[in-house]
Unconditional design. Sequence first.
Length: 382
Amino acid sequence: MALFGGSKSSSYLGVDIGAGGIKVVELSGDKGRPKLMTYGYVEFSAQDAVGSPFDDPKATGTSLGGLMKAAGVKTTQAMAALPLSSVFSAIIAVPRKKDEKEMKPLIDAQVSKLTPLPLQEMITYSTFIDDIKQSEEPKKKKKNKKESESEGIKEPKTPEKKPGNYVRVLVTGAAKTLVQKYISIFKQAKLELKAIDTESFALIRSLVGKDRSAIMILDLGTKRTNLTIVEKGIPVLTRSINIGGMSVTKRIMEQMGMPEEQAERMKRDLGTMEGAGPTVAGGMPAILESMMHPIINEIQYAFQLYAGMELTEFKKVEKVIITGGTSHLPRIPEYLSETLNLNVYRGDPWARVVFPSDLRPVLDEIGPRMSVAVGLAMRDIE
């Protein structure tokens, strides 16, 4: 098993282990397009969801093994994704060298100053945003001083300051102890863990595709909400906050005085209930505002951070894609669109996948919770 690496096989299995349950999707390659072979998911009970599935790797591995059998998965090789809240991510700029090997010490030197753990306790991977082979910028016609001043252009003082002499690198990584828990889980499930990816890259594959604009992916989960700003297919900014679907369940429990299981059922039925109570912006039930208000604040803060990042290009997000098991709650896209004054869409992870048309209704229903698993299974399909 190689972190962020792996070899190709005839079918591709994505396994998403989250606080709310385990999701699996198996795809095959059909003339360069992903084709659905099977899928499945198992939800954790409310009591199990209080902790982390990584607290007991053996029990989680047993659940994964049972799900594999129930779903009829054929392959024994799998891709997994690290939870965004546990992933270190940073974009740095290093002097351009002739190959990656020469640049690695320069990358490590910068990253060691940023990581939450000593570098030797982490596994890191570098994604080069800029082309390494571009040794210099294309030559341009030299402008005289008067022409430069009229266009508001300041000539660089030294060659070293030219962007062409530097390479932007996205560095991601995780603690070796967490990676070892993944290995234990998949070993218990009798699966070969081919690679560990990141949730951000998986979601970009399944929801963004070849769109090169600046996009925010908002992943509304059971316990956490993850925010990823994507620029030209690269996750340039990621954040995670401790609020999700369970927050709504607890609010219903407090307001209605009902047990957790009943409150969970009521939350799931909000979209179909007649007279679900007062509404707020976008017609969303007011009871959901307790979850959405801090999420809105975090989105706006992320926008500010993105606008001020030195190593990015666009600075302004054009649209928001929402996904995750909690994104099915009613009127969330409308509320976000009205509040943020942006186009907001529910993502469709099946949009680039071939599947029987009669599966459309059920796949649409479960789609938001399967986005990461779909993106993982798509990883090695050209």
